[in-house]
Design a protein around this ligand. Structure first.
Ligand code: 4AD
Ligand code: MG
Length: 477
């Protein structure tokens, strides 16, 4: 007798042996067929109960989500759709689940309802498929970088700097908020705080990552990131995971090559590894799309969409070219955009990004050379004096999935930039040191991991691809 998983059993050729399986009941039909799932695969294993010889009270306790231990002979299945089943000789209830109280019934629930039950939704097919894929994607990220000579760096989560300069930070303090010590100006005295200065949760590991690229050459970070932006959209979280590679001696073109190769590679690995989960999500995606109005419907299935990204180069377009395309576009002329495009230098909104990707180019797009004043201080200034070597990768259905740049490696230019933005040079002394001692061209980018998981799983809302989403007014669980 061996203890085993559903995934192992379904692949087993060892029929005729006795097995023991511990798992949860998905369904129980006709007092005879139990579908068991243990999370190892999207598939259930069918267990056939000899109900005539089983205690009636025991049968009553075989309810959805009860934990059970089943022992029996693994047999070739008589039923359709599965190779093997367990002919049960012994069943033990490990943990009851009262069907009148258990919230997740074997029927379709709304995603809103399931979010309120985020601690139980992992027991559904959709969420277990999404989270298995999330796990495999995580592995694919580490695999890709490790195999390509990158080193993983754990950058700090508590930091004193605002890398993006967007001021969307969560403060970290041990001061008594009701009665903080005050300085001469009557402001909270952070010299008395835990770290002796003002600190926040990181919005990006980039700045620290850059210093490590200047010693290890090729590095990447993969960690939690926090942004207190009050945007209640299907693509924003207050806590998300970001992957940030940084490479010494890479210019922007090499950075674009890396982003494209990296994304294609992790998607390919996941498609090869998660076939069953993707087949399930593909079916779900196609069904959902078919219920949408014709104009909003995806022309492709999920798998076709993923395959398309693997088979095609990302289109590289400068901000200025994209600006002209948008300015002359039908929706702009017909005033269909919420934010009209009529002045070079405006930041593109997600409606513009999606127009470029979904309507105009119909493929992933990399926009580069953005106006300097809509981008962060660390991006390298072009010779025109008004654009920077920035790049954003835009994906269908998602919009921006990657933001990156070639970094300003010239000390004098960087100092000018800090001055113009009123950022204290002294605060950035360690960052500026990298430009003082052996400075070099270098580039990197940040990929929002949840947006990648959204793309691969076809899930519409970012709250459904992270176990316990943190969004404005919501930090339950
Ligand atoms: O474009 P962003 O702000 O770039 C940076 O933070 C750079 N320091 C990255 C770098 O060059 N190393 O963020 C990068 C990506 C975005 O493209 C998006 O995919 C994701 O992070 N992102 C978010 N994902 C979920 N929720 C949010 N609130 C996000 N904000 C950014
Ligand atoms: Mg960005």
């Amino acid at each position: 007798m061996q203890k085993t998983s559903v995934a192992d059993l379904l692949q087993s050729k060892n029929t005729g042996i006795e097995v023991t399986l511990k798992a949860w009941v998905r369904t129980f039909r006709a007092n005879r067929f139990i579908a068991l799932n243990d999370g190892s695969t999207i598939k259930n294993i069918q267990c056939v109960v000899d109900f005539e010889n089983t205690d009636e009270n025991l049968l009553k306790r075989i309810t959805t989500s009860a934990a059970v231990s089943v022992t029996g002979i693994l047999e070739e299945s008589q039923g359709k759709g599965q190779a093997v089943e367990i002919k049960v000789s012994k069943i033990e209830i490990l943990g009851d689940s009262n069907p009148d109280e258990y919230p997740i019934q074997p029927k379709k629930h709304s995603f809103e309802f399931l979010r309120e039950n985020a601690h139980l939704r992992i027991r559904t097919n959709t969420f277990s498929a999404v989270m298995r894929i999330r796990s495999i994607l995580t592995f694919a990220v580490h695999k890709y970088f490790t195999e390509n000579g990158f080193f993983n760096v754990h950058t700090p989560i508590i930091t004193g700097s605002d890398a993006e300069g967007a001021g969307e930070m969560f403060q970290v303090t041990t001061l008594d908020l009701g009665n903080p010590p005050k300085d001469e100006k009557g402001k909270p005295d952070y010299s008395k705080d835990f770290f002796g200065k003002e600190t926040n949760l990181t919005v990006s590991g980039q700045l620290e990552g850059e210093t490590y690229a200047m010693g290890l050459g090729k590095i990447y970070t993969f960690g939690p990131t926090f942004r207190a932006e009050n945007s209640n959209t299907t693509r924003h979280l207050a806590e998300f995971w970001m992957i940030e590679p940084e490479v010494a001696f890479n210019d922007l073109d090499a950075n674009m090559d890396l982003a494209e190769d990296f994304i294609q590679n992790v998607i390919k690995y996941t498609m090869e590894t998660c076939k069953d989960d993707l087949a399930f999500l593909n079916e779900r995606f196609v069904k959902e799309e078919s219920q949408k109005p014709q104009l909003q419907r995806s022309e492709w299935s999920l798998i076709e969409k993923l395959q398309f990204v693997l088979d095609n180069n990302f289109k590289r377009v400068s901000y200025t070219e994209a600006y002209e395309i948008l300015r002359n576009s039908k929706p702009n002329k017909k005033k269909k955009f919420q934010f009209p495009i009529n002045e070079w230098g405006v930041d593109f909104q997600s409606e513009h990004e999606r127009f470029l990707v979904e309507k105009h180019f119909k493929c992933p797009v990399i926009l580069f050379d953005y106006p300097a004043n809509i981008k962060a201080f660390y991006m390298r200034l072009n010779d025109d004096g008004k654009t920077v070597r920035a790049m954003d990768v835009l994906f269908p259905g998602i919009g921006e999935i990657v933001g990156g740049s070639q970094r300003e490696e010239r000390l004098d230019v960087l100092k000018e930039k800090l001055k113009a933005l009123d950022i204290d040079e002294k605060e950035m002394w360690w960052y500026l040191d990298t430009r003082r001692f052996g400075t070099a061209v270098h580039s990197g980018f940040g990929l929002g991991f949840e947006r990648l998981v959204q793309f691969v799983t076809g899930m519409n809302n970012i709250r459904d691809v992270i176990p316990f989403p943190r969004t404005p007014q919501n930090a339950d669980f």
